[in-house]
Design a protein around this ligand. Structure first.
Ligand code: HEC
Length: 105
């Protein structure tokens, strides 16, 4: 599938690369967190709307990998199944598309 190169694409690439443990040196702090900060932190840090609803805190690598209240949203090495990618890529029901209320395509 051909898609526009946009910030969301960059998230997916970073997450996939991280998840697959590619030899390319990708750093959570340098490469991934700035994107999450711009698009997701407003709601997914403690006391945010998304955090309160799902328990998902993206402010550190540990909490990002931990996921929500009950299960992880990022599955290492499996970008297709990971909930985070499913939502950002619009493969889930549009009502739960992330970032919420914004068009990323
Ligand atoms: C405007 C607020 C807002 C923003 C910005 C936002 N989210 Fe969310 N997020 C929510 C809310 C609220 C929920 C709880 C589920 C729902 O009501 O849609 C949620 C839930 C989630 C979930 C868990 C879904 C589940 O299965 O429980 C994931 C994963 C997620 N968001 C990822 C992201 C990512 C990645 C970004 C940034 C690209 C993002 N969100 C930006 C509000 C937001």
């Amino acid at each position: 599938m051909i898609r526009n190169v946009c910030d969301t694409g960059a998230i997916l690439v970073c997450m996939s690369v991280l998840a697959a443990c590619s030899p390319r040196n990708v750093s959570f702090n340098a490469d991934v967190q700035p994107i999450l900060k711009q698009h997701c932190f407003e709601c997914h840090v403690p006391d945010g709307l998304g955090y309160n609803a799902s328990g998902f805190d993206m402010s550190s690598y540990e909490t990002l990998m931990k996921g929500g209240k009950f299960w992880p949203f990022v599955i290492p090495g499996d970008p297709f199944t990971s909930t985070l990618n499913t939502l950002v890529e619009g493969r889930a029901n549009p009502s739960i598309h992330m970032p919420r209320g914004r068009d990323t395509h």
